[in-house]
Design a protein around this ligand. Structure first.
Ligand code: NAI
Length: 333
């Protein structure tokens, strides 16, 4: 079967890591008909829209997209394409599995956890205004509907993947109403999954526990802003942003993207590591029931990383982005 999938290479290192990953997917034997679309500054210069309507329509139609990073201008300029896409397609869940890849040195072994981050509301929605000069207000909106939805997503993910425990992360001791509503909603959902253990941690204590004893965590469910921060912390446990994949999921749509940004400091130099986007692509393959191709890629990636002969600069090697991709392709032969 041929899958039609929207491809958003993005900008900065996006096109380089995307080309590498598309090459590896092709070598894995999976048949994909890509529908490429520009986004961000390239699209803005071409069409006046950073998030063209054709792109959004393409993802709606195909239900699946692979996306490279897109630069968000700081301060003025267009608003985040990433946030816009999540809103337009109601991609309410951000899923980030975090585990030790073979051959990657990190401070911890035995990390195997999943971050489930609410993706649509909270302070991260960026609802801000100036009350009077020198005083601004930023609104933290938490709803029962979105909190309940993400809670069920986390428990269903745990159930489907045989995970044993869900931990919700909050600061309800201080934000009694907003984070209080979040954990109340998760607690109510938890009652429907009696085979899965449930506990709660305050976000600051959870951060300390994560960097001391990460092996005690299984599935973590968090409101948007804590999810943003804690998920990068967790990436750091296993070797950094270059070796973790992610998915933004809605009711029937999945946009699979690396967790790192467009890395303008190394863009266009073939220095980027495509592993993070490749791991997102592997999540995508499992999502579209191409588990065999996903397994083939993971075995090949593990072999290349363990051999340590071909590595990109961030992993102290000298290989280019495409040389690394070619090594993974060769390992699948
Ligand atoms: P960044 O993740 O782009 O870069 C941080 C550091 O990590 C840099 O030194 C970079 O060279 C390195 N790095 C990142 N990815 C790498 C890779 N694959 N291989 C090797 N090294 C890598 O974060 P930064 O600089 O904060 O953001 C740059 C731009 O990306 C911003 O405009 C930001 O808004 C955007 N961004 C976009 C995201 C997305 O499209 N999902 C996610 C995060 C940031």
């Amino acid at each position: 079967m041929t899958h039609t999938i929207t491809l958003i290479p993005g900008d900065g290192i996006g096109p380089e890591v995307t080309e590498a990953v598309v090459r590896i997917l092709k070598a894995s034997g999976v048949a994909i008909d890509w529908e490429p679309h520009v986004a961000g500054i390239v699209a803005f210069e071409r069409t006046g829209e950073a998030l063209p309507v054709e792109l959004v329509d393409s993802v709606r139609r195909n239900k699946v997209a692979l996306k490279g990073p897109v630069t968000t201008p700081i301060g003025l300029g267009f608003t985040s394409v990433n946030v816009g896409l999540r809103k337009a397609l109601d991609l309410f869940a951000n899923l980030r599995p975090v585990w030790n890849l073979p051959g990657i040195d990190s401070r911890f072994a035995g990390v195997d956890l999943v971050i489930v981050r609410e993706n649509t509301e909270d302070l991260y929605a960026g609802l801000e205004h100036e009350i009077i000069p020198g005083v601004v207000e930023s609104l933290k909106i938490i709803t029962e509907k979105a909190s309940t939805r993400i809670a069920h997503f986390a428990f269903q993910h745990a159930r489907k993947h045989g995970r044993k425990k869900v931990t919700s992360i909050h600061k309800a001791n201080i934000m009694k109403l907003s984070d209080g509503l979040f954990i109340d909603s998760v607690r109510r959902a938890a009652r429907e999954y009696i085979e899965i253990a449930y506990d709660e941690r305050i976000v600051d204590a959870a951060c300390m526990q994560l960097v001391m004893y990460p092996e005690q965590f299984d599935v973590l469910v968090l409101p948007n802003l804590y999810g943003d921060i804690v998920s990068d912390l967790c990436a750091g446990l296993v070797g950094g942003l270059g070796v973790v994949g992610a998915a933004n999921l809605g009711a029937d749509i999945g946009v699979f993207e690396a967790v790192h940004g467009s890395a303008p400091d190394i863009a266009g130099k073939q220095l980027a590591n495509p592993t993070a986007l490749l791991l997102s692509a592997v999540l995508m393959l499992r999502h579209i029931d191409e588990g065999e191709a996903a397994d083939r890629i993971m075995t090949a990636l593990g072999a290349v990383l363990t051999a340590k002969a071909v590595r990109t600069r961030d992993l102290h090697g000298t290989a280019s982005t495409l040389e690394f991709a070619d090594a993974v392709c060769r390992a699948m032969l």
